[in-house]
Design a protein around this ligand. Sequence first.
Ligand code: MSP
Length: 548
Amino acid sequence: MARFYITTPIYYPSGEPHLGHLYTTLCADALARYHRLAGDAVHFLTGTDEHGIKMVKTAAEKGIEPAELAEQMMTRFASAFEEFEVTNDDFIRTSSDRHKAGAQAVVNKMLDAGDIYLGSYEGWYDEGQEEFVTETEAKANEFKSSISGRPLTRFTEPSYFFRLEKYVPQVIAHIEQNPGFIRPESRRNEVLSKLKQGVSDLSISRRTLTWGVKLPNDPEHVLYVWIDALSNYVTALGYGLEEGSRDQGIEGSREATGSPSSPRSLDASSLDPFRMFWPADVHLIGKEILWFHTVYWPAMLLSIGEPLPRCVYAHGWWTVVNPETGKAEKMSKSLGNFIGIERLREYSQTYSQDAVRWYMLRAAPFGTDLEWSDVEFTRAYAELANVLGNGLNRTLKMVHKYRDGLVPDPTAGTLVDDARLLLDEAAKLPAELAAAYAELELQRAAMLPLNLARQMNAYVDATEPFKLAKNPARSDRLDAVLHHMVQAIFRALVALLPVLPHKAAEGLGQLNIDPAGRTMAELLEAGVPVGHKLGEGTPLFPRVDVPA
Ligand code: MSP
């Protein structure tokens, strides 16, 4: 059994969650669902990044403590994910004891490796991004953030540094030798060329902050929020727990945070989540945080002697055209141009939650930027209704009308060319789907099953079963046509389970099939048995009358 560890970024709970956050999380959810159906042992992690200057400032503006802000807002993220039925296995908060102990263990390892030294930092900082900016970059952007356009801040203070420069050759070599490490391809070139321009050591502590993880060697300093945040991918698996429990009784506090107690006590290394799931298979992120994940994080892992993640995939941004400049800008809280959870809830109520999932994946090839369009949304919904919904409906209707709802035996019917096409398409589906998911081509993964349903509809149009039904001499042929219709729509629905979890299951329910307990491969292989009694059909995607 393969194992599959997938993560989303941990989100800053400094503002409300929006489409962008939900997008990454739902894309990761589709991957997690696919891998579970493929029979893999899946671990899907998301969470909140609760430290950093942005949190401190936002809390101050609201007149509350950062801890209070974190507490209030993380529940917004957690409940939005719950509402949209995200199947994450864990939710890590960087303010939790289990994370803080783990992050300190990471720093201790880096200290042991001789990779941290005391220096002083003078320079520019992008507070929105929580990112140090070089003099050259700052100048090039007129001392404003390249992401949010807000002014950079300048600061000077004693700071611990991580020997990032030392690891640059190894990071470059890793990226060059592992073409799948940074995806899509274009992003890989972007990182490589920036790396080759040279990278300095990284300031990793702030003395002027108290909100954060204290440096284990010097508690006057708080850990730089990105070092803190990136560690979440291992602390959530219990990294550093042994050291922690020996020294500070972390095991107890881990339980106090409500997280599941550690299976380590069972003394079975196969049950150790860190050993079982690290390295991650996919860190799914937005493209603005690629550098942190493909340079800082790998260097940290090299420093602590742990393997690097298999793939960092940077997807595109949901953008909004700025009416003043005519340019597409990243949808974000700071620009105030986002589609919030409220609005997504309305779409869900009108069109179903699966329609929202579908539109997100369908809107553009995965990895490229996207733009929300109501017209495109209704088109995407109509596509589901016409191709999948109608395909299922006409299949059910005809099998009930002509064969009492029993799946007919096709063997007596002659196999004509049009059926061959459909069967070929169906036969190719498992491998094509596996390839699309492996490559994280999520738009393709969503479209493949729909294309099979489309082919099925074309087959029906070509074979005209309603005419065959009028001619008793063609009864064998009708059996074959109906049989192939059932198999094709069944396979399309099975393959859509990761993307349309409700609608695909509902469709399978109408075929009177419960997919539970079987892998996708088993389901696709088995098909629907001859003689199986189909259920009743009701429109999967009812007509929606939207007020003009
Ligand atoms: N806390 C850091 C990440 C630390 S990961 C160790 C952070 N948080 S964030 O709240 O700003 O969330 C950023 C992520 O949200 C992006 O990488 C992306 O996954 C998602 N998105 C936020 N806005 C987005 C769009 N407009 N479009 C698509 N995804 C976006 O950065």
